[in-house]
Design a protein. Sequence first.
Length: 270
Amino acid sequence: MKLDARQDESIVQPRRRLLLGLGAVLTGCAEPYIAPGSGSAAPTPPRVATLDVQGRVDVAQAGRTLAGRDGMALYRGDEVRTFASTYAQVRFSDGDRVWLDYETRVRVGSIFTFFGRVFASVSGVFEVDSEFVAASSEGTQYTVTIGRPGRMDFSVAVRSGAVLCRSRRGSWRAVRLRAGQRLIGQGTATPRVDTLDAREQQVEFGWVPSLRTVPDRIREPTPRRDLPSTSTPPTSAPNTTYPVRPRSPSSVIERPEPRPPAPPSEPVIR
């Protein structure tokens, strides 16, 4: 796919998630906010989001690491970290939501992803940021996946709406993605765009609790989340070999062993 050389003006510049004009701030319900490095109490900043957790989730807030919990207030600059088999949801005050997959770390404000995978479901203007790519949108659903520290790979996959992807280093031109498309890149190299098939859509979006076809409280993660290759895959015949699924014991119908024919009865002598 040829990259779009024009800056798409239909997606306006994303606003930051800290709204200075928010209404009344709850007081008396939490410990005083300590400004990082100041050592003294500062006015409690306005809440920008609320956290929901599933399993162990850490929150770095005001220079401390806290155990994340359902309903926990999040402020600009807070960092949220999930682990193996744990998940989190960040609910912004305007109704936008961002899900964090397992082994993910983000910073709240706009969402800055250090590593891992996030799914954004937004109605307004929103941006997911990272070291190499920024993905801005308005009224859409999409995932952003960032490789672990030391790995420079990334991908952006769109489920609905449109997403404008930009290089944080200015090394490639902006790319507009539509529903069913995915951007795959590494570092500052020019990324490529492909189209998601049904299996890839399930991989990209099926982990989100509200989108799962099979409701399960805790999904067992794969040992390693590998991003798609950034190189163009070679053309080859599709693999039509499917694994044989073992039948459960309850589904096996056992037939009774045939009985041997009864011996003929001896004649009765009268």
